[in-house]
Write a protein that binds this ligand. Structure first.
Ligand SMILES: [Zn+2]
Length: 355
């Protein structure tokens, strides 16, 4: 990515057409087998790849159209979880860990192999980071027997993710992205209160330390991290500028840090003054929660604003988040297509002007 000025990518998920949503839910309910679901999903995923290529993206994903959600994939593929035990906001239920983890098959290797054979674009695979797995899928009523604390669950995620990353690299994946929205949601005092977090520094250090354990030694790989305010049905779950987490970002040993900057809930670009010197900035420059499609000019202006803080050579363009991180998220696919296309047109304009 570093060879191209203003490279374009996605965060991960594309909105799933209704029939794809049904297949994923039928598979979960046991109405159809995994093999049958794959047979039906394969051509859908081909179309997700073609859609992204048509937009002109430099890097694509498979739209995460095999997953129920960006984070539940961990519980779907690693043994030890029981589905739908934990209720949350937005009426979405999450699995809880009930047994010690067992990595008996890859998490996303099938996604990677299928997509790698079908696109010549750079390929990204996103994986949930240990902190969000531990905070999201550990529950005192269900999980204590397997793991007395969420931290112990998080620690057990590390070797699993390291094995997965090794296999994805072998399969020809160009970029691996660790999704850790909660490092961003922590900036919101209302969120911290709701989750009972009294020690922000502890949470940030824990999250960063786990990511650094996952990526340790993978120096030759392109590994990024994505954080965001989480969203559902065109609305964010938390809000606030990133100033309090910026020092923590300086300690993360990843090549790219991808953040939301298009949405007003991120509080503007001034926090980029504290963006660390090392990593590339993945700049969220499309607001997926805005139902209007931004013009290329609007997107380019956002990038130029970021260039006041971060050198243009270090900026990658992407939407603020995946358009539909879970199967429940009702976002329109054409809406995503038009926004991605506009972003790629903005990248062309910027290369012309600043190249
Ligand atoms: Zn996100």
């Amino acid at each position: 990515m570093a060879d191209t000025l203003f490279p374009t990518t996605v965060i991960g998920s594309l909105p799933r057409p209704e029939w794809v949503r049904e297949i994923i839910l039928d598979r979960k309910n046991g109405t159809i087998s995994e093999d049958e679901a794959d047979r039906l999903l394969n051509p859908a995923i081909e179309s997700a790849l073609r859609l992204q290529e048509r937009c002109g993206l430099d890097e694509v994903t498979d739209g995460e159209w095999r997953r129920e959600s960006y984070v539940k994939i961990f519980a779907e593929r690693v043994r030890g979880f029981k589905p739908d035990l934990i209720g949350t906001q937005w009426q979405m239920a999450y699995p809880a860990v009930v047994e010690p983890l067992e990595y008996y098959r890859p998490l996303t290797l099938d996604e990677a192999v299928f997509a790698r054979q079908r696109t010549r674009a750079r390929l990204k695979i996103a994986l949930p980071a240990p902190y969000i797995v531990g905070r999201r899928m550990w529950h005192p009523d269900h999980s204590r027997r397997a793991y007395p604390t969420p931290e112990q669950l998080m620690t057990d995620c590390v070797p699993i993710l390291r094995q997965e990353i090794g296999q994805l690299h072998q399969a020809g994946v160009d970029t691996i992205q660790l999704d850790e929205p909660w490092l961003s949601t922590l900036v919101d005092p209302k969120f911290r209160e709701r989750e009972g977090f009294t020690d922000l520094q502890y949470e940030m250090d824990l999250c960063v330390d786990l990511i650094n354990q996952v990526v340790d030694g993978f120096d030759a790989l392109d590994i990024g991290m994505h954080l965001c305010h989480a969203h559902f049905n065109y609305a964010h779950g938390t809000e606030g500028p990133y100033d309090v987490i910026m020092p923590a970002l300086g300690k993360v040993n990843v090549g790219t840090i991808s953040m939301e900057y298009a949405t007003p809930v991120a509080g503007g670009m001034a926090s980029l003054a504290q963006f660390p010197d090392g990593p590339r900035l993945g700049l969220g420059c499309i607001d997926h929660c805005d139902r209007n499609v931004e013009t290329p000019e609007t997107v380019a202006a956002r990038v130029e604003q970021a260039m006041q803080y971060v050198d243009k050579q270090r900026i990658t363009l992407h939407p603020d988040c995946g358009f539909s991180p879970s199967v429940q998220n009702p976002v329109d696919l054409d809406h995503a297509y038009l926004k991605l296309k506009s972003m790629c047109q903005a990248a062309d304009m910027l290369r012309e002007k600043h190249g």
